[in-house]
Every structure is written in structure tokens, then in C-alpha cells.
Design a protein around this ligand. Sequence first.
Ligand code: FE
Length: 218
Amino acid sequence: MADTLAKTLPADRLRPLREAVRALTRLADGQSSEAVFLTEGREILAQLISQDDWLEDDFRRTHPEYYQQYLLYCDPHERFSLQSFVWGPGQSTPIHDHTVWGLVGVLQGAESCMRYRQTAEGLVPEGSTVILERGSVDAVSPTVGDIHKVSNAFSDRTSISIHIYGANIGNTRRHVFDVNTGAQKDFVSGYSFNRLPNLWDQSAGIRAQVHQGASASA
Ligand code: FE
């Protein structure tokens, strides 16, 4: 009976995102350290990006010139936030930092990432360019390395990544860097859209249960 019911209920499309929000809230409520967020949060993000049909079209739109940063959820106490980053063909960020921990999981396409370190002589590249393939998760923070440049690895298609940060990242003061001089400039990214997915409307499934209950007892 339960199986039959599950098969006939309308899809709860945003359930994966809601489950991730709940899991992250549990970590935040447990006063989790950055290290815990970077390990357990990584698992939560890997699970979230293991399928991509939950992300609605409004949060996958490209802009002809700039990569887009859509807020998907912000914790009421701004202890963490989730975003979709949408990269048109060939688009990239400037070299930037985050000032808080962050996790980047590739949902669609692939991204290339170059890390930098700040020294007395300016910015020094750390290692070589890393390609983040679909399904992989990368971490940033002032502790594990916070300065990088991210680009769409493709010049002919869109790439999308899902990010989790230890703050309301759109409101966070951070920095962009000049690759030649190492000079840093303050910036606040904001968000590309003023609406968020409605995680909390689960009425279609509940309504279907009500109707099924009514027809079973009829
Ligand atoms: Fe970044």
C-alpha cells in the first residue's frame, strides 16, 4: 500500500534541496566547526549534486556577459547559504577570496580552477589548473586556501555549480586581486535574482494523499 502510494504521488522536486538545508541546519545547530562543515558538508553537497533535476530553470539562466550567482537558501542566522553559480560559455570570475569556508560542487558541465597564494612578492599560483568534473566537490577557506579564479571549462556550453558558504556570501565583504600587482580591492557580490526556490510548498503530495484517502473510503 505504501509503495503504491509513493509511486502515485506527484514528484516533490525540491526535496533534495530541502533535505540538504535540513542537514546543514543540524550541523549549524550543533555549533559545528569549519572542519566539520568541510567534511560533513561535502557529503551533503555530493548527495545534492548527484542528481540535477531539482534545480529549476530560473536558477540555471545564463547572462550573455557575466556568470550568475543565484541564492537558493540562506539560514535565518546567516550561518550558511546555498547558491547556484551559472557559467555561460567561456565565462570566469576574477581572482577572488571568500573570507569564510565554502564548498563548490559541479552540477552540470565542468569548471577549471586556479588557486593562488598571497606573498610579500604578490600573488603566486599554487599548483596548476584543476578541472572539476561533474559530481566533484572542492573546498575553500582562509585555512585551506581561499584565493582562486574559476572558469567554465567549456567554451561552447553552460556549466553550473552549487555552492555552500559559511555566511550569507552575497553580503560578505571580500576581495578581488590584480594578478600582476597582487593589489586587492574590496567587493561584495550580491545576487543575480531577487527570488528564491519555494522549498516549503509540499501541498501537491499532501493533496494527492487526501484525494487517495477520499477515493479509498468511497
Ligand atoms: Fe570562489
